[in-house]
Ligand binder design. Structure first.
Ligand SMILES: NC(=O)c1ccc[n+]([C@@H]2O[C@H](COP(=O)([O-])OP(=O)(O)OC[C@H]3O[C@@H](n4cnc5c(N)ncnc54)[C@H](O)[C@@H]3O)[C@@H](O)[C@H]2O)c1
Length: 554
């Protein structure tokens, strides 16, 4: 033992760290950060979890843990959001210089703490590195773990990176937890990282969102965390330079994709519709119609016409209405190229998932607009997909939207329902709710040339984030975000012929489902489950329960 280690282990400072439960480098770094950034005159430390996380590159969950310990032991008192009063006499041990601690000191503290803990802990209490089995490659073999982390050489390798898009608020917190607890210990994870958190989008005038979409075009697979779409309140809250567009809208516009939303089905979280036994996937056309319509208020008497002026100046006119009193007017459009892409994405996804495809519109009333959608789908089907569908034993059919709604309710599920933009918007929320919970809905954007972007269908769970930021416990459901990752890993595995990666993704999904079916779940699910006496877990506990299950399978 070096003299330095000897010295460090005896300080009050070291004892203080131990009492706080601070034992690894990350936690010590957070502690040091607070020490060195506290104003010696006012005893105030100013820093939000997000800022500390950004500066130190550690998870907000770890910061929350350290902050909670510091508050519990009265080292810190929260004054207001991001402002803390520090008891400096508690923070500093007798031999710590007031100017803070250098990198060299940090290493000696790490060494000292290790010695301190080893000496304090009786030998028999120390756990041997556990051994787990894995069914990797061609057979079963054993590997050792350091803590719960596989040795680098034994982790599942990846050839091509996944485009990783980080996000905002509570989903950003669970994003880090999922990576740290469920992915990095087992996979030599290769990602190309884009921070789509609102601060970074503001810093880059939203260029980072466009870069991320281009990266998905390049690599083929992306996974996205939920992000804030700024409104007026958010512009004020984050002091934004602009009210940026929805990142999802920007990415969709660049990839020209279709969004497929499917529920994650679990025994014990039963659909409200009793006949539904299998998932219903909604494919929503994400271009045009109501979402890019031009609208007008009509003040009084007058004539409204649709006018198309061709490039050569010729005009085509159609009467909309001779107004004899005030009213309203709306003009919608769509493009053949977009409808064709939508149709192809739906047919490809149906073949890939071996599910029949339904498409519905209102062609009996909208004899040109909706009828055109129907015709494009039929033509693309006949020319490009009919044989493949017959071979796969699946079918395509068109029906009126009102008939589709009635059939969906009476069906047992297990098909894809392609909807025009507005119908898809409304129906996907209806289907998600009827299946049980918004946080159990996956979403994948598929472009006509086979690029994939996976995400959870829900938002950033703002209310939970504010609680978390204040050091309170949350019970946020991470299932759809975990499934976004498994969807991306599985797709990457399929494209690269990486069976081990696909196998891991499938085991992680099973681990999640079995955890819930064993009665361990977050609060949102506990309120709707048919399982008796569910064990309600907080955000971290649920991820740990999934991890414990996963490790049994590897
Ligand atoms: N895909 C996306 O990136 C996306 C989608 C929707 C909303 N948003 C953004 O998210 C923010 C919040 O929006 P919102 O409140 O309308 O939607 P939200 O999905 O975050 O929350 C809606 C409701 O569902 C609950 N909920 C959602 N996910 C949950 C989970 N995982 N666990 C437990 N409860 C959950 C919330 O507590 C809330 O009551 C907004 O800034 C919005 O712009 C992003």
């Amino acid at each position: 033992m070096s003299r330095k280690k000897d010295k460090m282990k005896n300080t009050d400072f070291m004892k203080g760290l131990k009492n706080l439960g601070i034992k690894d480098r990350r936690q010590i770094e957070i502690f040091m950060y607070i020490m060195t950034n506290t104003d010696p005159n006012t005893n105030l430390f100013i820093g939000t979890y997000k800022k500390i996380s950004y500066e130190l590159g550690c998870s907000e969950a770890t910061i929350a843990k350290v902050m909670k310990a510091l508050q519990d032991h009265k080292y810190l008192t929260r004054m207001q959001n991001g402002v803390w009063l520090v008891d400096q006499s508690k923070m500093y041990g007798d031999d710590v210089p007031a100017s803070g601690i250098t990198e060299v000191d940090l290493q000696s503290i790490m060494d000292g703490l290790e010695v301190y803990q080893n000496e304090e802990e009786p030998e028999e209490k120390k756990e041997a590195a556990p051994k787990y089995k894995t069914a990797e490659a061609n057979g079963q073999f054993e590997f050792s773990m350091i803590g719960d982390m596989k040795l680098n050489s034994e982790k599942i390798k990846m050839k091509v990176p996944i485009v990783e898009m980080d996000g905002d608020e509570m989903t950003r917190v669970i994003w880090k937890m999922i990576k740290e607890e469920l992915l990095l210990p087992f996979i030599d994870l290769k990602t190309e990282y884009y921070d789509l958190g609102l601060e970074k989008r503001d810093e880059t005038a939203d260029q980072i969102t466009k870069d991320a979409a281009e990266a998905i075009k390049k690599y083929g697979v992306g996974v996205k965390c939920a992000t804030i779409t700024p409104n007026k309140a958010r512009v004020e809250e984050y002091h934004l330079k602009d009210m940026y567009k929805s990142p999802n809208g920007t990415i969709r516009a660049i990839l020209d994709g279709t969004v497929f939303r499917a529920p994650i089905m679990v025994n014990g979280i039963d659909p409200y519709v009793k006949t539904w036994k299998k998932p219903i996937t909604i494919a929503r056309h994400a271009y045009g119609d109501l979402y890019s319509a031009s609208e007008m208020s009509i003040p009084g008497k007058g004539k409204a016409e649709l006018v198309f002026t061709a490039e050569d100046g010729t005009e085509e006119r159609k009467l909309i209405k001779e107004f004899d009193r005030p009213g309203i007017l709306q003009g919608q459009h769509n493009l053949d190229s977009s409808i064709t892409s939508f149709a192809r994405s739906c047919f490809n996804y149906a073949l890939e998932t071996k599910q029949s495809l339904w498409f519905s519109a209102k062609d009996t009333i909208s004899k040109i607009y909706d009828h055109h959608f129907k015709d494009v789908f039929q033509e693309v089907y006949e020319k490009e997909y009919k044989d493949a569908f017959e071979k796969a034993g699946i079918e395509y059919f068109y029906t009126l939207i009102d008939d589709a709604v009635a059939r969906v309710i009476k069906s047992e599920g297990g098909f894809i329902w392609a909807c025009k933009n507005y119908d898809g918007d409304v129906m996907s929320d209806m289907v998600a709710t009827a299946f049980g919970a918004l946080a159990m809905m996956t979403s994948v954007l598929v472009s006509p040339d086979g690029k994939y972007e996976f995400e959870a269908a829900h938002g950033t769970v703002q209310r939970h984030f504010y609680k978390y930021r204040d050091g309170e416990k949350t019970s946020t459901n991470s299932v759809a975000t975990i499934f976004a990752w498994t969807g991306a890993l599985n797709k990457r595995g399929q494209l690269d012929g990486n069976e081990a990666l696909c196998d891991f993704a499938s085991k992680l999904e099973t681990a999640v489902i079995e955890t819930i079916e064993a009665g361990k779940m977050t609060k949102d699910l506990s309120l709707i489950t048919t399982i008796e006496d569910p064990e309600v877990l907080d955000t971290e506990e649920f991820i740990q329960a999934v991890k414990a299950n996963l490790m049994k399978k590897l």
